[in-house]
Each structure stands twice: as C-alpha cells, then as structure tokens.
Design a protein around this ligand. Structure first.
Ligand code: GAR
Length: 197
C-alpha cells in the first residue's frame, strides 16, 4: 500500500497517552498514520507527546459545554477536520452519547484494560484481583451504545500472579496494550478485520 493510502487514524485521549505513544511509534510499520490527537483535558500528558512529534492536536474541554450532546458535537467537529478513517479511543475517560457512537459506527474503536465482557468500567485491575481472577488482560473492541460492550476485535491475556498489587497488574497489562492496539490498527489498515456494524 502506498503512503498516500495509509489508514488515517485520529486518537482521542484524556491523560497520560502511553497508548497514543505506542500507536504512533508503530504507525509506519503497521501501515497507518496518526492524523490528529484530540483531548478533553487541556493538561493531558499525551498532548506533550503529540506536540513533541508535531502531531496535529485539538483540545475539546468537556467543561466548556453545557450538555454531553454539545460536547459530543464539538468533539465530532474536531475529529472530522482530520478526516479520519478510524477513531481510536486511547484512555479517553468520558462516555459518548448515542448520536456520536452511531455517527462513527464501525469506525470507532476503544482499548479497555480487562478481558471483556469481564470488568467493564473503571478500576478493572483491583476488581479482577478482588474477584480472584486467574487471567486478566486487555481488549480492543468496536464502540457501540453498550458501555464497554461492543464487538470484540482482539484480546491479549496474562496470568494473574498470587499476591500482586493492582498497580503491578496494571503495569503488566499496559505492556500488553501497547503491543495489542497497534497490531489491531495494522490489521484494520490491511483490511483484515470485518466491520460488524
Ligand atoms: C489504559 O490502560 C486504557 O486501557 C485505559 O486507560 C489507560 C490509559 O492509559 N482505558 C480505560 O480505562 C477506558 N475505559 P494511557 O493514557 O497511558 O494510554
């Protein structure tokens, strides 16, 4: 595939941006391009990385919008300017409304730090340990109306160690995330993933 045909990926973040970094680092090798980064937090550390790499970026601060619908519309406008083929949520910690999700159906993906359908929502690592899970991991999935419930694309798993802390488990899962997410984008870029929606 020629350079001009690379899959155009916009990344949406709220914070640290380690998955953004992993996605960007692997982009050339996997045949996609990060065309823009959008954050709902002006001070997200991920924006510093984006700046250091001269990636186009936009802040859409959710606190500036009276309703979720207005925020979602502003987010969509910011994303559409980058003309993305795929929108990759990477540590984006807001829930998106139905209209937004439908608008990008089949083009909107997310990475979640658990083996969905186990442990949707927050604090997944502590909850997995509390539940006595012997396996844990990360999931990349299409985003639908169901919170953390859309069709699963791919998962990466590990064995939970006895007595590990949520922080230790989170760090090990994060290593898996950084390999998994670029791989999925690469498969999407090569047309190897059927769009289920
Ligand atoms: C990642 O572990 C990601 O899976 C998780 O937030 C972290 C963001 O880290 N996402 C969610 O919990 C979504 N519900 P990062 O900003 O360093 O990529």
């Amino acid at each position: 595939m020629g350079l001009s045909q690379r899959l155009r990926v916009a990344v949406v973040i709220s914070g640290r941006g380690s998955n953004l970094t992993a996605l960007h680092t692997a982009a050339d090798a996997q045949g996609y391009e990060i065309v823009g980064v959008v954050s709902n937090q002006a001070h997200a550390a991920g924006l510093l990385y984006a700046r250091s790499q001269a990636l186009p970026q936009t802040v859409v601060d959710h606190q500036s919008y009276a309703t979720r619908t207005l925020f979602d519309e502003a987010l969509a406008r910011a994303l559409d300017r980058y003309e993305p083929d795929i929108i990759a949520l990477a540590g984006f910690l807001r829930v998106l409304g139905t209209a937004f999700v439908h608008r990008y159906a089949g083009r909107l993906i997310n990475i979640h730090p658990s083996l969905l359908p186990a442990f949707p929502g927050l604090n997944t690592h502590a909850r997995a340990l509390q539940a006595g899970a012997t396996e844990h991991g990360a999931t990349v999935h299409f985003v639908t109306d169901a919170l953390d419930g859309g069709p699963i694309i791919e998962q990466a798993r590990l064995r939970v160690y006895p007595n590990e802390t949520p922080e230790q488990l989170a760090a090990r899962v994060l290593v898996l995330e950084h390999a998994l997410y670029p791989q999925v984008l690469g498969r999407l870029a090569r047309g190897q993933i059927a769009i289920p929606l």
